[in-house]
Design a protein around this ligand. Structure first.
Ligand SMILES: [Zn+2]
Length: 385
């Protein structure tokens, strides 16, 4: 088995679960928040800093790495783990999302996606087989099947066509991994992605076929693209209800703290999102009591850490006033320190949620977190009302 999931606890009042996922590069405690290393690096952070933040799995973007430096270079240098100096687990996406959002002149057919590179304009073709081969070449631990995503708002017939193509591509990706395994490669886990937009019946139809295929885990795709949040959460609950109990469930691209806890309460095991680190580089971080805009002039003389309850390196050593100064002065250290906090905060939140599941008090934990998060009580400058 390329991957095994052992479930240690189910929350008595919600669908939240806690477990351990064994990969080729070590154990991942679930649920887990995965920082995103788009181009083989979580922007501004070293692997040691990610480890200190509690990360035991990262996400890397296949499209970016295949464009630059290229899968052949990474493979020749011993694979992505060695290339980026990260010894723990890596999940790669299929590349489909970036092809569809970044590349030019893309043309989607049943065969795959034809596109021009956003870097040099060269003509390329991404098929479901190629997506699996590239991820295998990178040496990932968990690969994703190529899926078709549609732009919001999604008409029901477009969602249906995308789901049908996704199923077709899923089957071909799995076959390609079999072929690679016959050659002594293809040792990574492969996840299928469920689609169907916000139509429960469509998602069920899609999973009737995906669920019959031997994927190592399943992802929930096509949500948080502009629809009502409650509808997305309903679809998460719907999909988790269909997915097999013993395999990991991955919700792609969701990173707002409240959304994360709501997804965990519906049975999700893995999440990733670029937003916490992207926002941090722009000077906005999530803290226990809400969203803090570091650059705000109100913090110019605030001696408190970003988050009074955080034990990350940044919060242990530096004041809001110093962080604000670094951003105002354009010092790169500001981005780094804010990123350290952002990653530690998200991983720590999910880790605390895991503990709450183990102790059978997830619902209580979630309610207390959300209430505090919405309070904003420490966001006012020190000494102000
Ligand atoms: Zn912190």
């Amino acid at each position: 088995m390329a991957l095994t999931l052992t479930l240690d606890a189910h929350d008595p009042e919600t669908q939240a679960r806690a477990g351990r996922m064994e990969t080729r590069h070590g154990e991942v405690l679930t649920p887990a928040f995965m920082p995103v290393g788009t181009q083989g690096a979580v922007k501004t952070l070293t692997p040691d800093e990610l480890t200190a933040a509690g990360a035991d799995i990262l996400l890397a973007n296949t499209y970016h790495l295949d464009q630059r430096p290229g899968v052949d270079v990474v493979r020749a240098l011993g694979g992505l783990h060695r290339f980026m100096g990260w010894p723990k687990a890596i999940l790669t996406d299929s590349g489909g999302f970036q092809v569809l959002s970044l590349a030019e002149l893309r043309k989607v057919s049943d065969e795959g996606v034809e596109f021009r590179s956003h870097l040099d304009g060269s003509r390329k073709f991404l098929s479901p087989e190629e997506a699996v081969r590239i991820q295998d070449g990178l040496g990932t631990d968990i690969a994703m099947s190529l899926d078709e995503l549609v732009e919001a708002p999604v008409a029901p017939d477009a969602a249906r066509r995308a789901a049908e193509r996704t199923v077709l591509w899923a089957e071909r990706g799995l076959k390609e991994r079999e072929r690679l395994r016959d050659e002594g490669r293809g040792g990574m886990a492969l996840f299928g992605i469920n689609q169907g937009g916000v139509e429960a019946a469509e998602r069920r139809r899609c999973f009737e076929r995906l669920g019959a295929m031997p994927f190592d885990g399943y992802a929930i795709g096509g949500l948080w693209v502009g629809e009502e949040r409650s509808l997305s959460l309903d679809m998460v609950e719907h999909d988790c209800g269909l997915f097999p109990e013993g395999r990991p469930r991955y919700l792609m691209g969701v990173g707002h703290p409240v959304d994360v806890l709501d997804a965990l309460g519906r049975g999700v095991d893995l999440l990733d999102c670029v937003l916490p680190t992207r926002n941090a580089r722009r000077g906005t971080v999530f803290v226990s009591t809400g969203r803090l805009v570091v650059k705000n002039a109100a913090y110019a003389a605030d001696p408190r850490p970003l988050d009074l309850e955080c034990d990350c390196y940044t919060c242990a050593r530096f004041s809001r006033a110093y962080l604000r100064h670094l951003f105002a002065a354009g010092e790169l250290l500001g981005m780094r320190l804010a990123s350290i906090h952002a990653v530690t905060h998200m991983i720590g939140l999910v880790r605390r949620a895991r503990r709450a599941v183990l102790e059978g008090r997830f619902r209580e934990f979630r309610e207390a977190f959300v209430e505090r998060f919405r309070s904003g009580e420490t966001l006012a400058p020190s000494g102000a009302a």
